[in-house]
Design a binder for this molecule. Structure first.
Ligand code: NDP
Ligand code: 2IT
Length: 447
């Protein structure tokens, strides 16, 4: 750890006690900022990164709601409005019991860099609640979303802050949130993204994060003269991102051999393809927080309770579930099995130690803030379509998404080149994301 990073981390830890995920995200980026500051001292004297890690605004609120038996529950709601230098705050809402200020601040910081990389005018934010949607009825979800919006509506707007989905927040939740916003404000605007196709949503948005991850991997492989076709791919998670990744990999001729849930992983040597991908969605719609039933649906599929999929030999590994789900032992196992690429589909799924092992072994390492930017990019395209009051075709949105992912890869590649020939995509993403926001902050003065 350099002197700069050490000093910064001492300050960050003292100022934000206990926020371990936030400290981790700051530390990962700080190593890059140190190099950027050496090259461009004007950012150092303007304390750009020191300002970036302090949210512009944090909103915390009570979310009371009634369950189907009439009992009152109280959850905590949040919106971290992190950075508005290049556009309105933009980022998802997460409903998961692990949600707290630390996880949302790390996500909002990652979002600052990610949104900048998309090249669209998107600032950064993240929000959510410690509400657990598992096992709740539709009506309970609706009442919760309405209560959440009863407070959040004061702070958001199509030119102010535009939330979207994340873990536990999909099309159904966005619908209930949008309905309540519209009722409270008496206006129909693009205040949320991930909306239904009939009422302002964009085609491809549900698939966009997963498709984008695969487009990014395609570009990384090209740099080594490789293609996706025929590759064995291990995936974790079986939610929105994992689904989009599996669909696009299947289309491009790669074979997905694992999926996982909090209960363990399934190994499907025949490949998760075609109808099996649709069954992932049905499995989740039953509201079970387990992937095990997938193994009962298809012959030859094995379930490994309490284990992570990274012990399975594969060419490419894509963690798509949640932060810190991929540890140093996982990285070691993959390197030993000659995996050629680890790409983050989720936000910060790899620990700092795991990343070090992957990078030191020369394996391609795609950071989430670049690789999973396709979701927010198509959210940005949804905002454009809403503003123009029109809708693009599937082909048009997909073409733009692919172009954006190729440009993100180009940026990471350009800034990530090391003298030894290895491309450090993490530094590349950090530097590419930093520069645009930093220049905007310089232009806009100390605000
Ligand atoms: P979903 O809620 O759709 O899916 C999350 C998946 O991960 C679920 O299958 C969940 O299982 C599973 N899961 C949760 N905890 C674990 C665990 N410890 N081990 C294995 N599996 C687990 O969320 P998304 O797919 O939307 O999000 C996944 C990740 O991608 C998150 O990090 C998110 O921030 C990131 N992301 C999402 C984007 C989007 O557009 N949705 C955009 C960019 C990034 P279960 O449901 O049973 O809990
Ligand atoms: O982490 C993410 O980029 C998302 N959850 C998507 C955010 C968005 O605004 O579409």
């Amino acid at each position: 750890m350099s002197d700069y990073v050490e000093k910064l981390m001492t300050e960050v830890t003292a100022k934000n006690p206990g926020e371990v995920e936030f400290h981790q995200a700051v530390e990962e980026i700080a190593a890059s900022v140190d190099l950027i500051y050496q090259q461009y001292p004007e950012y150092r004297s303007a304390k750009i990164f020191e300002r970036m890690i302090e949210p512009e605004r944090v909103i915390m609120f009570r979310v009371p709601w009634l369950d189907d038996q009439g009992e009152i529950h109280i959850n905590r709601g949040y919106r971290v409005e992190m950075n508005s230098a290049i556009g309105p705050y933009k980022g998802g809402l997460r409903f998961h019991p692990s949600v707290n200020l630390s996880s949302l601040k790390f996500l909002a910081l990652e979002q600052t860099f990610k949104n900048s990389l998309t090249s669209l005018p998107l600032g950064a934010g993240k929000g959510g609640s410690d509400f657990n949607p598992k096992g709740k009825s539709d009506l309970e979800i609706m009442r919760f979303c309405q209560s959440f919006m009863n407070e959040l509506f004061r702070y958001i707007g199509s030119c102010t802050d535009v939330p979207a989905g994340d873990i536990g927040v999909g099309g159904r939740e966005i619908g209930y949130l949008f309905g309540q916003y519209k009722k409270l404000k008496n206006e129909f605007t693009g205040v949320l993204t991930g909306k239904g196709i009939e009422w302002g949503g964009s085609l491809i948005r549900p698939e966009a994060t997963g498709f984008g991850v695969v487009y990014f991997i395609e570009e990384m492989l090209k740099t080594r003269g490789e293609v996706l076709k025929g590759k064995r791919v291990a995936i974790s998670g079986f939610g929105n991102v994992a689904w989009g990744v599996a669909m696009k990999l299947d289309e491009l001729g790669a074979k997905v051999i694992t999926l996982s849930g909090p209960d363990g992983y399934v190994y499907d040597e025949a490949g998760v393809s075609g109808e099996k991908i649709a069954s992932m969605v049905r499995l989740r719609a039953t509201n079970n927080d387990v992937v095990a039933p997938y193994a009962d649906l298809y012959p030859g599929v094995e379930f490994y309770q309490g284990k992570r999929p990274w012990e399975v030999p594969c060419d490419i590994a894509i963690p798509c579930a949640i932060q810190n789900e991929f540890h140093d032992q996982d990285a070691e196992a993959l390197v030993k099995n000659q995996c050629m690429c680890v790409c983050e589909g989720a936000n910060m799924p790899c620990t700092l130690d795991a990343i070090q092992i992957i990078q030191h072994s020369g394996v391609l390492c795609g950071p989430g803030k670049a690789a999973n930017a396709g979701g927010v990019a198509v959210s940005g395209l949804e905002m454009s379509q809403n503003a123009m009051k029109m809708m693009w075709s599937r082909e048009e949105v997909n073409r733009r998404l692919r172009e954006i992912m190729q440009k993100i890869h180009e940026t990471c590649y350009k800034y990530g080149q090391k003298s030894c020939g290895y491309v450090d995509y993490i530094h590349g993403a950090n530097m590419g994301g930093f520069l645009k926001v930093a220049n905007a902050m310089l232009d806009q003065g100390v605000v």
